[in-house]
Design a protein around this ligand. Structure first.
Ligand code: SAH
Length: 275
């Protein structure tokens, strides 16, 4: 065996064994799940290829996350005209200048959130509802907030239709979190904020994970994973990314606790490249 083969062989074995494990889990119906129908659809092959090529070949190793990504019908969360591109390695527009993240980013955020069955999870930025559906495959306690009422309405309808009706969606400002449902084991923010919103930090349990992209709109942003340890957020992982901004609703900009001038988030421009 040449040196290169020696290095490559264990990696191939790992991917093979993981694929086998995920296959067995899928057959055994271990996806937990809020009840999406498991009837194979015409995108089954494209979805499994996405899991193998975009996720397993990178660093998505959590078998439950791989099963969830191989189960949720992503093509049903994108506009009909884009269904054939739903499993591509890129984000897609979902209307209202917003985007559904690239599958890898959804999987990475989910893996970083370490969601166990029964965990209480908050998503900020429902968008299409796709990330919420992936989370709902891992726990039956998911809350999701979306600023734009029309997107929230559509996402709630999609989730209901696909068997994820237990996900609670509401339209509102994610900077405030969801105090009535707190505290959470994990919080995922799917739009970039200038800094961690204090309400979200407060609504995280001790030991809880916060996954959030931080940075200016259109500029360098960093996806961060924090864990609440002895009441403080400790940074554990980060990755350079691009997301649409977490928008400050106009009515709140002048309110108490608002950002100082210059730190508020403008609405995203059309076609802004995002994850
Ligand atoms: N997670 C989504 C994609 C989210 S795109 C999916 O899987 O499809 C980011 C979303 O955050 C957009 O829908 C945007 O409207 C929403 N958003 C922006 N600012 C927000 C705020 N302050 N509160 C809640 N949602 C917000």
């Amino acid at each position: 065996m040449r040196l290169r083969d020696k290095l490559v062989a264990p990696r191939i074995m790992r991917v093979f064994l993981l694929t086998l494990l995920v296959g067995i889990m899928m057959l055994a119906g271990l996806g937990v799940g809020a009840g999406a129908d498991r009837v194979p659809d015409s995108f089954e092959d494209a979805r499994q290829a996405m899991v193998a090529r975009q996720l397993q070949r990178r660093d998505i190793t959590d078998p439950r996350v791989l099963v969830a990504m191989g189960t949720v019908p992503r093509h049903r969360f994108v506009p009909g005209a884009l269904a054939s591109r739903a499993y591509g390695d890129y984000p897609l527009p979902i209307g209202d200048d917003q985007t559904i993240s690239q599958p890898y980013i959804v999987a990475l955020m989910t893996q970083w959130a370490e969601v166990a069955p029964g965990d209480r999870v908050l998503e900020v930025g429902t968008g299409s509802g796709y990330q919420a559906a992936v989370l709902a495959e891992l726990t039956d306690q998911v809350w999701s907030i979306e600023l734009l009422p029309e997107l929230a309405r559509q996402a709630a309808a999609s989730l209901q239709e696909m068997g994820y009706g237990r996900v609670q969606v509401r339209s509102g400002d994610g900077y405030q979190g969801w105090p009535e449902a707190a505290p959470f084991d994990a919080i995922l923010v799917t739009a970039a904020a200038p800094r961690v919103p204090p309400a979200l930090a407060a609504q995280l349990k001790e030991g809880g994970r916060l996954v959030i992209p931080l940075g200016p709109p259109g500029g360098v942003q960093t996806l961060k994973r924090y864990r609440k340890t002895q009441g403080k957020l400790v940074e554990e992982a980060s990755l350079a990314v691009r997301f649409v901004p977490l928008v400050r609703p106009p009515a709140l900009k002048a309110g108490p606790g608002a950002d100082p001038p210059g730190a508020t988030m403008p609405r995203p421009g059309p076609g802004a490249p995002t994850q």
